[in-house]
Design a protein around this ligand. Structure first.
Ligand code: MRU
Length: 371
């Protein structure tokens, strides 16, 4: 995780399934790289909500670690066991309120609470609970790196076995799913890294990913840095690119996957999946098991974050020049839900989830859901 994607947003209003957030953004990458210090859960919350750190796994880890730093440094924290547990639970609930769509954050908070509760059963004092919390948060960081490498290797093998081409594979990806969205390596970008490492990759096509441009700012930045052959395209060029026969597989990340495989990911993912189906190109979702929300039977109830109109009406994520007519109405969802029927397979850190009988849905095995 490289926490130097500096920008900020503010909450404005809420509706049933959409959370609206406004934007007062100053972007730094790709022209300037800076590291932002996060010393407590409050600065962690702001870094997540303001997208200083973003990407589903990265926000979960940033939240967990921000509270770990607070726990280590805070002089006035509760000294009794009940108080310590209450404090950890409350701060985690607060952190979860920062962004709604990615499930990794709430999943991490749940697991950290469980870990603290379990520690309390044998603890001889509050300090044992705090130590257990910090250990668990640090373990999450290490585990995400391992999980991304596993996703990368499973995905590379799958693509090489599915694709007609066994060499010089061309991948289309969306948004940013790399080191800037995870602890390191990445999910969809991890698959691309593994293909490249094996010498099987010809080109990655990365979309700009309007309106926030995570593709052109972040994915292109990571790929160029690693000298992985990359071509940037406008989002609207993706169908034409597929029609031109330049794509062997589409690989994207996920913010939340329902039990049937419906997948919430960065806005525009659905368009890519529709175009892939039309052109007979496999469409893969690459994500850790922690992205599967087994409480949801379908993607219909996934909460979609809705963002500021200014991100569309002004350049530079809302901070630059006005580029739209004054007074125009705007709809700016940050994510969309791709129906499972458009997804060829889900690449996880524990293996590939494929469809069995029903081509419209995945039958995600229970042992995977109970990760
Ligand atoms: O709004 P963002 O930038 O946090 O959205 C990120 C994405 O949609 C990613 O593609 C997704 O989180 C997968 S991250 C490995």
């Amino acid at each position: 995780m490289l926490p130097h994607y500096h920008q900020s947003i503010h909450a404005t209003s809420r509706s049933c399934h959409n959370i609206h957030v406004g934007s007062r953004v100053k972007r730094k990458l790709p022209l300037e790289t800076l590291y932002v210090e996060i010393n407590d859960s409050s600065s962690g919350w702001h870094a997540i909500q303001e997208m200083v750190v973003r990407g589903a796994p990265a926000i979960a880890i940033a939240a967990a670690l921000s509270l770990a730093v607070e726990v280590v440094n805070l002089g006035t924290k509760p000294t009794d066991m009940h108080g310590a547990l209450q404090y950890i639970h409350q701060r985690l609930d607060y952190l979860v309120s920062s962004r709604p769509t990615a499930v990794n954050l709430s999943d991490a908070a749940l697991k950290l609470k469980e870990r603290a509760n379990n520690a309390a059963l044998t603890a001889s004092g509050a300090d044992d609970i705090y130590t257990a919390y910090v250990d668990a948060a640090e373990a999450m960081l290490a585990s995400d790196v391992m999980s991304n490498k596993a996703i990368g290797d499973f995905g590379a093998s799958l693509i090489l076995s599915h694709c007609k081409r066994k060499e010089n594979v061309r991948i289309l990806t969306h948004c940013n799913t790399g080191s800037l969205a995870t602890a390191a390596y990445g999910t969809a970008l991890g698959v691309i890294r593994s293909l490249n490492f094996q010498g099987k990759l010809e080109t990655v096509y990365c979309t700009e990913t309007r309106p926030f441009n995570q593709g052109s700012r972040l994915t292109a930045y990571e790929l160029v840095y690693e000298k992985i052959p990359t071509v940037l395209i406008a989002d609207s060029a993706a169908a034409a690119l597929q029609n031109a026969g330049k794509v062997d597989a589409v690989v994207v990340g996920a913010d939340r996957i329902a039990s049937n495989g419906d997948t919430a990911n960065k806005i525009g993912t659905y368009n890519l999946a529709l175009a892939a189906l039309h052109h007979g190109i496999p469409f893969y979702v690459a994500a850790p098991l922690t992205s599967i929300d087994s409480t949801l039977s379908s993607g219909d109830s996934i909460i979609i974050e809705e963002r500021s109109a200014k991100e569309l009406t002004h350049s530079h994520g809302g901070q630059g020049l006005q580029v739209a007519a004054s007074g125009v109405h705007v709809w700016n969802p940050a994510f969309d839900v791709t129906p499972a029927k458009l997804i060829t397979a889900i690449i996880t850190d524990k293996g590939i989830i494929a469809k069995k009988e029903d081509p419209a849905a995945f039958d995600i095995p229970a042992f995977l859901k109970d990760h």
